[in-house]
Design a protein around this ligand. Structure first.
Ligand SMILES: *[C@@H]1O[C@H](CO)[C@@H](O)[C@H](O)[C@H]1NC(C)=O
Ligand SMILES: *[C@@H]1O[C@H](CO)[C@@H](O)[C@H](O)[C@H]1NC(C)=O
Length: 193
């Protein structure tokens, strides 16, 4: 059996791909989350446009028509988050199988600390964008009608935070606190109904 030129290139590619370091993986987490933030804004923008035609005093018929539209966008956000979580989990899995493993405290390494900071900022932006939009939707359409879309969405956000923590080997306490605070805010709204 003879190796084709393509096979040689493929093997060379593999050997080049191997030693790419952990810094690259962190950069990948940053680019995955940047992409997710951009995608989320497309859907929250669509929700905002739907809501822009309504006020809290719009007719029940108008509101009822808007609920599945907003719901579909919320489901798209959930799907985008779940896809990102899968990508981040695959990054973590490939890291775990690396032969050379380093044990690093990110806080002792300025570059890694900066990447963790960037990831924290991106997660915060994503969460704030989603909850600000949800709050606008709830104000007009009511929480009860949207809960079936919001519950999977908040679950997906929690899973994303967990995946990022596992990948970077850090605890993102401020992000988790933010999510819990916003969720508690929704629960207060439920109590106030
Ligand atoms: C949608 O509206 C919310 C609430 O006003 C705002 O925070 C968010 O940035 C808006 N998003 C887009 C993409 O317009
Ligand atoms: C890779 O795994 C090691 C130990 O298993 C861990 O210390 C490190 O933070 C991980 N790095 C990335 C980028 O996931």
């Amino acid at each position: 059996m003879r190796f084709s030129v393509a096979t040689v290139f493929a093997l060379a590619g593999l050997s080049i791909a191997g030693p790419v370091g952990q810094a690259t993986k962190r950069a990948d987490a940053v680019s995955l989350l940047s992409d997710l933030y951009a995608t989320v804004q497309v859907y929250t923008g669509a929700i905002n446009s739907t809501l822009a035609t309504l006020t809290p005093s719009s007719s029940i018929i108008e509101k009822t028509a808007a609920i599945p539209k907003v719901g579909q966008q919320l489901n798209s956000i959930t799907k985008a988050i779940t896809d990102t979580t899968s990508s981040i989990n695959s990054l973590a899995a490939s890291n775990a199988s690396e032969s050379e493993k380093r044990s690093i405290d990110p806080l002792d390494h300025p570059v890694e600390k900066r990447q963790v900071d960037t990831v924290t900022v991106l997660l915060t932006l994503i969460i704030v964008e989603i909850f600000a939009t949800i709050a606008g939707a709830i104000a007009i359409l009511g929480l009860a009608a949207l809960l079936i879309y919001i519950n999977p969405l908040t679950g997906a956000i929690a899973a994303l935070i967990l995946a990022v923590q596992l990948l970077l080997n850090v605890v993102l306490a401020s992000v988790t606190l933010l999510l819990n605070t916003l969720l508690a805010g929704l629960a207060l709204t439920i109590g106030g109904l």
